[in-house]
Structure formats: C-alpha cells, structure tokens
Ligand binder design. Structure first.
Ligand SMILES: [Zn+2]
Length: 64
C-alpha cells in the first residue's frame, strides 16, 4: 500500500474555533483553498504577506 504525502492546514492549528481542514498535494493549493475559506467564513479580506507567512508556517506535511 503506497502512502502519499499531503500538505495540511487547519483552522484549529491557527487558533481558530473552526473545524475547517484542507489537505492538498501542494502548498499552493492549500493556500488557495485556505484563503477562500478565510474570506468566506472568517471575513478575511486579503491575504497579506504576513498572513501568508503565518499560514505557511502552520502547514504540516502528513502521510496518508
Ligand atoms: Zn475556519
């Protein structure tokens, strides 16, 4: 059984009381989905470079 590595980011890891979790093959994809979620659910208007860095630091590599 082949295991695969994914990038993962969850709102809980970011300290938010939210069950959102995104898992994708690339960091870019995770960022795109997370930014869309942030805009829709958390009223995040724009992803500043500071926020981007924070999100990137929270991305974990998981093996499924
Ligand atoms: Zn959330």
């Amino acid at each position: 059984m082949a295991e695969k590595e994914y990038k993962q980011l969850s709102c809980r890891d970011a300290g938010a009381d939210c069950d959102f979790l995104v898992r994708a093959e690339t960091e870019e994809e995770v960022m795109t989905v997370a930014a869309a979620h942030g805009a829709r659910v958390h009223g995040m208007k724009e992803v500043t470079s500071e926020l981007k860095n924070k999100m990137k630091s929270l991305i974990k590599t998981v093996t499924v």
